[in-house]
Design a protein around this ligand. Structure first.
Ligand code: HEC
Length: 193
């Protein structure tokens, strides 16, 4: 009579020892699958088909931006993209919608000087980085800006992971357009700081 509860206890322990890890594994598996499902449903913040299509339509519409009335002089830049820069602003209409567009030409090259760039800007143009203020709700966390980096020939640039740099570029990541422009005093624009 005395060992019965002990046996019972041991039995419970044994059963528990078998059941517990099994149920934990099962639970982890379910969580894993749930996570995968969530990730599939989650839209990547940039580099998608719609982002690139917008970049291409934008490039066509902003053709000739170097003659926009509102533009800066060529000057030294502070961003990682250009030793020298020139900024442009205009309203660009795409599919009947008018957008504020800010373009930055990024110039660079070996031993390049301000005078050299001023004399022949096209020779030193390395990339064109553009911000478009999209419709409300496009990216309400970040002032609804759309970001894109074009090569001088109009191709959309890609990052190391082969993702097109177009859309809510690097949203939620520690480096990239958004995380750096967050430091531009709330409107994401450095030019008016
Ligand atoms: C590490 C910081 C940093 C990153 C990353 C960055 N920028 Fe900038 N950006 C700047 C700074 C600083 C300026 C001000 C002009 C200058 O010094 O080049 C600027 C200026 C601009 C401007 C002109 C409007 C303004 O804010 O003055 C545009 C457009 C722009 N960046 C687009 C982009 C895009 C698109 C990306 C991503 C592909 C990007 N930037 C990534 C720092 C950054």
């Amino acid at each position: 009579m005395q060992f019965r509860p002990v046996m019972g206890f041991v039995a419970i322990l044994t059963i528990a020892a078998f059941l517990l890890p099994a149920s934990l594994v099962a639970q982890e598996k379910t969580e894993g699958t749930e996570m995968m499902k969530k990730m599939e449903m989650m839209e990547m913040p940039f580099g998608g088909e719609a982002d690139v299509a917008f970049a291409e339509a934008l490039w066509t519409e902003m053709d000739g931006y170097d003659s926009w009335v509102l533009q800066s002089d060529i000057m030294p830049g502070k961003s990682p993209h250009g030793m020298f820069i020139r900024m442009y602003y205009n309203i660009v209409t795409l599919d009947g919608v008018a957008y504020h567009v800010v373009v930055k030409d990024n110039y660079g090259g070996m031993d390049v000087t301000l005078d050299m760039v001023k004399a022949a800007p096209a020779d030193y143009l390395m990339a064109i980085t553009t911000m478009v203020q999209r419709e409300a709700g496009y990216d309400s966390d970040n002032n609804d800006w759309y970001w894109v980096k074009h090569a001088p020939d109009g191709m959309v640039a890609k990052n190391d992971m082969d993702m097109a740099l177009a859309g809510r570029v690097a949203k939620g990541m520690p480096v990239g357009c958004i995380s750096c422009h967050v430091n531009a005093g709330g409107d994401y624009l450095f030019l008016n700081d």
